[in-house]
Design a protein around this ligand. Structure first.
Ligand SMILES: *Cc1c(COP(=O)(O)O)cnc(C)c1O
Length: 422
């Protein structure tokens, strides 16, 4: 059973100050999970998690992760700026970008970030842009084909735009070495949202084997292997959560079987988790404002897809709890809709829930990563606030809600407010 980390009473109190909809994050959950991740990889001396900033780009939340030694994984100018602002600099930044504008490479280099190249042609592009090849450099690997664990297909890297082919990895390392690179990283992200303890160990095994060959054939010193993101979370109540301790242990086993005998026992393991770090520790809280009985039963809420795009974009399942009705049987079938003029603006379709009454608070679970962050402004809808439920039970506003002024702010020279009677 999935349980919300807030109660109806708490939300009734919070909404006196902050009206719905809003995202709320659970500090206690974030901390416990970050600690467990750190412990799971404590066997590796150089281990570091670079939090994938794109998942939840909020400085207050990144500040919490920093206490557990996390750096930042960035792939855009503003993500780099955010990292610099929270004091994450130098090699605590992994710049895992693709289709990268020159300005962004220049800024990443200025910050001393580790640059993770997405393509062999980016070697020249980077050198032309910043005038040199950094001493530490990483290349993103894409073996093509399907990524499978025990004959079950997890994802389709052959169809993904990212990374170097196997041959390009060897050629790229040689070229980079000639151009002065001294320490190398290998990065790969081959399957997304995996709900299995086998993904990282399977990926690690193939990257470790590649690392041994690359070191042998090119003489390059492999300093780190970046397993990137991809550890999933149990969005559905029937999903078993990943066990990070077992995952860390599986990677350790592969490390000892492959890297240690090759004399590569100084290789650091890096991760770039986003979803796993934050996903379960965010809720989108919304109020039921309309009920509609037509060809189906609809509950209209005050949030919409601009607050959480995953259901509309991917048909993703997000569990819903009707606060105060946790113990009631789920005997009513609803579509839970937002207000966009888009028929895919539905948080749930044919979802069995307790009877929903107007004014009920609905918690949409697992919005802590790729939730607020993917928001947009279609239909002129405004982005919500983000709140932090602190360990002591108090609530802090960590991003205010947008106002119409924010929405109109980029019409330089056209003052909307002087022309209306709002
Ligand atoms: C999105 C992304 C991540 C994080 O992925 P999760 O599924 O949130 O763990 C890590 N690295 C890169 C390069 C990414 O694009």
């Amino acid at each position: 059973m999935k349980k919300a980390f807030v109660t109806k009473e708490m939300i009734a109190e919070i909404t006196k100050t902050y009206p719905t909809p809003f995202h709320i994050y659970d500090e206690k959950g974030i901390r416990e999970n970050a600690k467990a991740l750190k412990e799971a990889f404590a066997w590796n001396k150089g281990y570091k998690e670079f939090f994938a900033v794109k998942a939840t780009p909020n400085p207050f939340l990144i500040d919490i992760l920093r206490e557990y030694g996390c750096g930042c994984d960035c792939s855009s100018l503003t993500e780099l700026m955010l990292s610099e602002a929270v004091g994450v600099k130098g090699e605590d930044i992994m710049f895992s970008s693709n289709d990268t504008p020159a300005q962004e490479y220049a800024y990443a280099a200025k910050l001393g970030a580790i640059i993770n190249l997405d393509d062999i042609t980016h070697i020249d592009f980077l050198e032309k842009t910043i005038g040199y090849i950094p001493k530490t450099i990483s290349c993103r690997f894409n073996p093509g084909g399907y990524f499978a664990i025990a004959n079950s297909i997890m994802d389709n890297p052959g169809d993904a735009k990212y990374g170097f082919t196997t041959e390009q990895m060897f050629e790229g390392f040689r070229i980079l070495k000639e151009k002065g690179a001294e320490h190398f990283g290998i990065h790969a992200f081959l399957a997304s949202n995996t709900v299995t303890n086998e993904y990282y160990p399977t990926l690690a095994k193939s990257l470790f084997e590649l690392a041994v060959k690359l070191q042998e054939e090119t003489g390059a010193h492999i300093r780190f292997i970046n397993l990137s993101g991809g550890i999933g979370i149990p969005y559905r109540p029937e999903d078993a959560p990943n066990d990070i301790r077992l995952i860390g242990e599986g990677v350790r086993k592969a490390y000892e079987e492959i890297l240690v005998p090759a004399g590569m026992d100084d290789v650091a393991i890096y991760t770039e988790l986003g979803r796993f770090m934050m996903g379960p520790y965010g809720h989108l809280v919304t109020t039921a404002i309309h009920e509609k009985h037509t060809h189906k039963e609809y509950i209209g809420v005050d949030a919409c897809a601009v607050n959480l795009m995953r259901p509309a974009m991917y048909g993703a399942y997000h569990h819903i709890t009707v606060l105060g009705k946790e113990k009631e049987p789920c005997e009513y079938k609803y579509d839970i809709t937002g207000s966009l003029c888009e028929n895919n603006d539905k948080f749930a379709i044919d979802r069995m829930l307790p009877k929903v009454e107007m004014g009920d608070y609905l918690v949409i679970h697992d919005t802590g990563a790729h939730g607020y962050a993917m928001g947009y402004n279609y239909n002129g809808k405004l982005k919500s606030a983000e709140l932090l439920l602190k360990e002591d039970g108090s609530v802090a506003l960590i991003r205010r809600a947008e106002t119409p002024k924010d929405y109109f702010a980029t019409f330089d020279g056209y003052d909307i407010y002087s022309r209306i009677n709002f």
